[in-house]
Design a binder for this molecule. Sequence first.
Ligand code: PLP
Length: 411
Amino acid sequence: MAEFIMAAQNGRNIPTEDKIFGISRRANEMINEKGPDAVVNATIGTLLDDDGDLMVLSSVDDTYMGLEPEEYAAYAPIGGTPAYKKAAIKAALGKYEPKGYVEAVATPGGTGSIRNTIANYSCPGDKVLTSDWHWAPYRTITSEIGRSIDTYQLFTEDGQFNIEAFSKKVHEILEIQDRLVIIINTPAHNPTGYALSNEDWQQVVDCLSYVAPENRIALLVDAAYIDFAGDEDKYREFLPILETLPANILPIIAYSMSKTFTIYGMRCGAMICLAPTREIAEEFKRVCEFSSRGTWSNSAKAGQSIIANIFADEELLKKVTQERKDIREMLLSRGKAFEEESIKAGLKIVPFDAGFFASIPCDNPDEISAKLEKKGIFLVPLAMGLRVSIASISEEKCRRIPAEIKRAMEE
Ligand code: PLP
């Protein structure tokens, strides 16, 4: 008998189990059976300590514990509380003072910003452009709202940002549609750990500056990991380059409080536009708030209050920033360890700078990942290789696994 399908599929490809959570479940089963030392669970996209426990900034935790009922139980305005929006802009842009018109709209995490950008700056049926190595939920989000993902090859043969491939795809897509949302996830790109250099950004801007003025492009910078790439000011140096774009190209930053403030479950984020005119900024606010109302209504207030309170207190902000710096140093050491040992083991990895993840290119990721699972190493097989979450394993494990991965690839 044919399978009885009740739910409307609407062109979506819906798996029976989320791949990453499925692998993580098997890893936990093995941990229960053999103990934590026998297992490397490098699947989880949250920062864990060397014992596998969630790391939460204690200063953020204290701020949460100190909230008044009004600060978490009441509805927030659709676009976010004014104090939160101000704080979110400060958090996202750091010391940079934009020349243009900035507006922020609160969203449930960075995911909400991505969803709202696609929904409001593309049309049903449109393609959304991102790189071949990308965060899989981009596809889920686009398919949910009747769009699809198209990709360009992120790297040249010698591991540089592939501006030619990017430029070719932009022009190809604009032959068939007059609007385009481009998602660039940088720095500390998920899944590779790559960061566009300022020169790469300049090339992107030069390429987009040649697009016909009747086209409309939303350039979405998915900055989910920006505060875990290294020096927070240095990794924001690309921001002024974005402001040299012509008026038909709107830079939008998808900023997530999940990682920066270790409040993943609070669902707190913001979409921030760097608009060249007041009209474009006001339109951004109006359409994105409208869209929010029609999807999640207002975003949760607790996270907004935490961030607003942190930015209202200079001493507290300093403490949070220092605490984050400490855990970032730990993450950066893990990344360096993984990179060094990969070189020693002769394991090729995708160009890596910093962040929660690193990737290994290969032709048969499912097969290799299954072999590694038997040895207690749990990674995420992607379309083009294997993703290792260095955020969720100790430095010792980061040093140990490259040789084991290399061996599994050769067996
Ligand atoms: N973008 C990328 C590349 C991510 O990896 C994530 C989270 O894993 C997000 C955006 C959004 O995160 P959140 O919605 O939890 O803030």
